[in-house]
Write a protein that binds this ligand. Structure first.
Ligand code: PMP
Length: 437
């Protein structure tokens, strides 16, 4: 028994049947297809605050938040107003606008870890450009990434990545030439010996280490500050650039992201969707000197018709302005801590093999009795069966988690105490069903 009847999926199913004729798997991004959870994908019709509604009219408290960017929740009035205002004057020019300056100034004035930046249109593009920049700047070809870290879908990074690739049990992707993958060295997270060995073997060949300083695409694999500091040191020693991919952690664990949280200065930082308040944006930034390699100042080419798009800039300006309000992160992080701790207390009191890992307003449910999980291989794939039950039970109780047990959850400033209490009750009931079966 599942305890509660399944929600109606009549309209979503109808839309899915139709979409399958249009798109591979019926979707425009793989994880959305609900392949590893129960039922057909829910087609979302509307979002407001911390709630979303699907095509059948089911209402959910949303802990996916468009996979992170909606830190103010859906349809935030300030964001909506600014976007609406800017849209009255046209939506794209392919020429500079004052709005780009305004968003850049907000970013750079309040973040000491980058001095110049370039706007792009997605996280994938930001990371792909950062890698090219690192290669162009160092005149080296190899990059080193970590097993389980996802950096978007550009060729050289689709090697032992997380996100949809873990969900589907693929370690790489067809269509990536072996010669490209050969330029990518992969080591396990939190494994200093493997890292040292890679630097010995490929001495003077590694352009960059790229890491999600808060790895959040293959569970939440929190690293120690000492380990991240070690990466900084080995890079400096070897003339290798350190890239922090902060597409998830940027403006999420604090305005200065993981760099600020851990107090570590990377050489290049990538940011994504969160700086566009839900519209398609990303950016990469570095020192003035490193950014001097980018075209038209330098030899590394990178461009985009929609880069710095005025509507996306407007959403970013409105969102980041809100994040800079006094106490924003303190309140959000405290709320998250209270939420995650009380779920942990519930599970621990009942001896459930269940851990809630969290940082800032990011959380991840792990069906394990391990005290910490800091590398991809520590996650038991069998535990995903438990997630599958949990996901269904939660949907049936009006709680929406992203449809993969490897993905993290997000809390927004729109989640009120009342919403979180309601969510907790649903989570408690679902945990009882998952573990007492
Ligand atoms: N890097 C990281 C750390 C990510 O989490 C993601 C996607 N969530 C990306 C890059 C790619 O971003 P996008 O999906 O916007 O291309």
């Amino acid at each position: 028994t599942t305890g509660k009847p399944d929600i109606s999926r009549e309209k979503s199913t109808e839309l899915y049947e139709k979409s399958k004729a249009f798109f591979p798997g019926g979707v425009n991004s793989p994880v959305r297809a609900f392949k590893s959870v129960y039922g057909t994908p829910l087609f979302i019709a509307k979002g407001d605050g911390c709630h979303i509604w699907d095509a059948d009219g089911n209402q959910f408290i949303d802990f996916c938040c468009s996979w992170g960017p909606l830190i103010l929740g859906h349809n935030h009035p300030k964001v909506r107003e600014k976007v609406t205002e800017v849209m009255q004057n046209g939506m794209s020019f392919g020429a500079p606008t004052a709005l780009e300056n305004e968003l850049a100034e907000l970013l750079l004035k309040n973040n000491k870890f980058i001095k110049k930046l370039r706007f792009v249109s997605s996280g994938t593009e930001a990371v792909m450009s950062a890698i090219r920049l690192a290669r162009g700047y160092t005149k080296r070809d190899k990059i080193l990434k970590f097993e389980g870290c996802y950096h978007g879908h550009s060729d050289s990074l689709l090697v032992k990545a997380g996100s949809g690739l873990v969900t589907f049990g693929e370690t790489s992707s067809a269509g990536v030439p072996k010669s490209f993958a050969d330029e990518t060295i992969v080591v396990g997270l939190n494994d200093i010996a493997a890292l040292d060995k890679a630097f010995e073997e490929f001495k003077d060949q590694i352009a960059a280490i790229i890491i999600e300083p808060v790895p959040a695409n293959n569970g939440l694999l929190l690293q120690t500050k000492e380990y991240l500091q070690y990466l900084r040191e080995i890079c400096t020693k070897n003339g290798t650039l350190l890239i922090f991919d902060e597409v998830i952690s940027g403006f999420r664990v604090g305005f200065e992201g993981a760099a600020g949280h851990y107090g570590i200065q990377p050489d290049i930082i990538t940011y994504g969707k969160i700086i566009g308040g839900g519209l398609p944006v990303g950016c990469y930034g570095a020192s003035v000197e490193i950014m001097g390699s980018i075209s038209p100042d330098g030899p590394v080419y990178q461009a985009g018709t929609l880069s710095g798009n005025p509507v996306a800039m407007a959403a970013g300006i409105a969102q980041l302005t809100e994040l800079l309000r006094m106490g924003f992160y303190r309140d959000l992080n405290n709320k998250t801590e209270e939420f995650t701790e009380s779920i942990q207390r519930f599970a621990t009191a009942r001896n459930y093999k269940f851990k809630v890992f969290s940082i800032g307003s990011i959380f991840w449910f792990a069906y394990t009795d391990k005290e910490t999980i800091s590398s991809a291989e520590e996650i038991d794939p069998a535990s995903m069966e438990k997630f599958k039950i949990m996901h269904r039970e939660l949907l049936n109780r009006g709680i929406y988690l992203g449809p993969s047990g490897y993905e993290v959850g997000f809390i927004s400033s729109a989640h009120t105490k009342v919403d979180l209490e309601k969510a907790k009750r649903a989570i408690f009931e679902s945990l009882d069903l998952v573990f007492r079966k």
